[in-house]
Ligand binder design. Structure first.
Ligand code: GAR
Length: 228
């Protein structure tokens, strides 16, 4: 079967792009990364695309509309079926979001709807949450909103600074982004009423506790050590 042609939009480092490139290298992965676009000509991710032999282009237009028009043309010319934002740090033009509706996803370093916008990891630390994480979601007009495909949870540890937490979340991002693209490419996602149903998905069991120690575990009973 033909693999889904995916474009990735980036602004910088491109480690999520790399995770998608690495996943797509497996012969049984149902999608290929066919195009990489950046609004920033200096983005490190462009070099990753080059190293993988993937067509890539910087579109450094000052206006949101001009970027969207050029990006849309490039996507259509390349026969792209699905667009993944991976550290794309500008707002997208709403006409672009409408044109690619339900074929456009984003990854964000928080458990949305908590902590949308910039510095999500810093927001999590400032709020004192015990768990943080990341979310892959279909893109809607308002920033960091849209039907959620996948989330991963990581603990916030005593002594974490923003960089340490961001690194821990990033490791989880590199797992859920390839998973989410796979689920889409396999035709297993259905959006209804602002929510995503996933055919064949199994929810994990068990209870996550943070902090955990023997006293905390004992006080909540057997579920704490069950893990499913
Ligand atoms: C990632 O943590 C991604 O979730 C975040 O930027 C980083 C990009 O890293 N995106 C956002 O904050 C978007 N709201 P990468 O360039 O190495 O993939």
């Amino acid at each position: 079967m033909a693999r889904l042609k995916v474009a990735v939009l980036i602004s910088g480092r491109g480690s999520n792009l790399q995770a998608l490139i690495d996943a797509a290298a497996a012969p049984n992965y149902p999608a290929e990364i066919s195009l990489v676009l950046s609004n920033n000509p200096e983005a490190q991710g462009l070099a990753r695309a080059a190293a993988a032999g993937i067509p890539h282009r910087a579109i450094a237009h000052p206006s949101r509309e001009a970027f969207a028009e050029a990006a849309d043309a490039a996507l259509r010319e390349a026969g792209i079926g699905f667009v993944a934002l991976a550290g794309y740090m500008r707002l997208l033009d709403s006409a672009f979001v409408a044109a690619w509706r339900d074929r456009l996803v984003n990854i964000h370093p928080s458990l949305l709807p908590a902590f949308p916008g910039l510095h999500a990891q810093r927001q999590a630390l400032e709020a004192g949450v015990r768990f943080a994480g990341c979310t892959v979601h279909f893109v809607r007009d308002a920033v960091d909103t849209g039907p959620i495909i996948a989330q991963a949870v990581v603990p916030v540890l005593a002594g974490d600074d923003e960089a340490a937490l961001a690194d821990r979340i990033l490791m989880a991002e590199h797992r859920i982004y390839p998973l989410s693209v796979r689920l889409y490419a396999e035709g297993r996602l259905a959006i209804a009423g602002g929510r995503v149903a996933i055919a064949g998905a199994v929810a994990p069991g068990g209870l996550l506790l943070n902090p955990t120690n023997s006293e905390a575990a004992a006080s909540v009973g057997p579920l704490a050590s069950g893990g499913g």
